[in-house]
Design a protein around this ligand. Structure first.
Ligand code: G1P
Length: 319
């Protein structure tokens, strides 16, 4: 992706970095994005009773748990270390990314090489995951703040596992490519119908960077109906500078009485640049039943053999 059409009036572009202070200079060094935070502490009440004993992130899309899709997206973007911010009853997520000795031993004795290879492929390298707990459900901003010590003083990615994104190039990879060119903070956005804006974080755009990317001039979490500055929602993929942790540590509450990530990003915008990217791909909100079900169908139809079996059955249901 090439950066074209950068304009002089865009905030905190390289030329204005000195005026914007040391924080921008740091971001201009384009430290690589090595770590990602996945907040997985949510209760999943919308999917009860399925989520009574099984975390919502472990619900299955075709044959992989939701969280696996998000981890795969992160790894395809070059992420080396994933920090899971968990809660009670989430240990099965750690088990999923660990070795399963008994299962592997049985598979080996039965010469199930393909299955063994699959398990090998999805298992992150030893030492490349961390798990920390969000002890109180105080909001997304608080969940991200819980990862501060593990992330340390480097830029990082955030992927919200409620959302999975089907694309040729990993959505986070598209963001990392943009970051490599412009640095700063990057947020994936997409259009939503006007009457849905109150459910999301909404951004307002300024100068265009290229056909898919623009500077962000404002953002608001869950604006009251009719007050949204645009119909561009924050999709749940972020590249952030570590300075956001200082702002999150204020523990100020916002929409819904929760500590909101959007509020700290807005505060950070006073000293650092934020850019949006309209990624290529389709997002599925697996936090909603309809989104979860349609994701299952979309991914199943991607598999030629499965699609062959499924399509006539779908027609049967619809007729
Ligand atoms: C969170 C973010 C919001 C974003 C949304 C995407 O909200 O706070 O800005 O648009 O995820 O799914 P939540 O869904 O946790 O209410």
């Amino acid at each position: 992706m090439s950066v074209v059409g950068e304009t002089d009036d865009a905030p905190a572009l390289p030329g204005s970095a000195i005026a914007s202070g040391i924080n921008d200079l740091e971001s201009l060094m384009h430290k690589p994005i090595r770590k990602a935070v996945l907040p997985v502490a949510g209760l999943g009440t919308r999917f009860l009773p399925a989520t009574k004993a099984v975390p919502k992130e472990m619900l299955t899309i075709v044959d992989r748990p939701i969280v696996q899709y998000v981890v795969d997206e992160a790894r395809a973007a070059g992420i080396e270390h994933i920090v899971f911010v968990t809660g009670r009853n989430k240990t099965v997520i750690a088990d999923h990314f660990d070795r399963a000795y008994e299962l592997e031993d049985t598979l080996k004795s039965r010469h199930k090489d393909e299955a063994l290879e699959l398990l090998d492929k999805i298992r992150p390298a030893a030492g490349s995951t961390s798990f920390t707990r969000q002890q109180d459900p105080l909001g997304l901003g608080h969940a991200i703040w819980c990862a501060r010590d593990i992330i340390g003083p480097e830029p990082f990615a955030v992927l919200l596992p409620d959302v999975i994104i089907k694309s040729d190039v990993s959505c986070l990879k598209q963001m990392v490519d943009l970051y490599d060119q412009i640095g700063g903070n990057i947020i994936a956005v997409e259009e939503v119908p006007e009457d849905q804006t109150h459910k999301y974080g909404i951004v307002e755009l300024g100068a265009e960077i290229n056909a898919r990317a623009s500077r962000i001039t404002n953002m608001v979490e869950k604006p009251a109906p009719g007050t949204a500055p645009s119909n561009l929602m924050i999709t749940g993929r972020y590249i952030l500078q570590p300075d956001v942790f200082d702002l999150l540590s204020r523990h100020e509450t916002g929409a819904g009485g929760e500590i909101q990530l959007t509020d700290s990003m807005l505060a950070l915008m006073a000293s650092q640049s934020f850019a949006s990217i309209r990624f290529e791909g389709k997002s599925y909100d697996c936090g909603s039943k309809a989104g979860f079900l349609i994701a299952n169908i979309a991914y199943a139809l991607d598999d030629q053999d499965l699609a062959g079996e499924l399509l006539p059955l779908l027609h049967d249901v619809l007729d």
